[in-house]
Design a binder for this molecule. Structure first.
Ligand code: ZN
Length: 55
């Protein structure tokens, strides 16, 4: 399991490394809050059973 992922940040207007700021189990999977390392931008993503984030 990874605690970081690369994602496009609309604040930085570039691909940034995001880290897992928080996660919570919900009925449809795991709700994860990702936080940009370069600014304060955050987004919420829900991961299902299969973790495809690792690349
Ligand atoms: Zn950013």
């Amino acid at each position: 399991m990874t605690a970081t992922r690369t994602h496009h940040c609309p604040e930085c207007e570039a691909d940034r490394e995001f880290y897992r700021a928080a996660s919570m189990e919900v009925h449809i999977g795991t709700k994860v809050k990702w936080h940009c390392r370069e600014c304060d931008y955050e987004f919420i993503r829900i991961d299902g059973d299969v973790d495809t984030a690792t690349a």
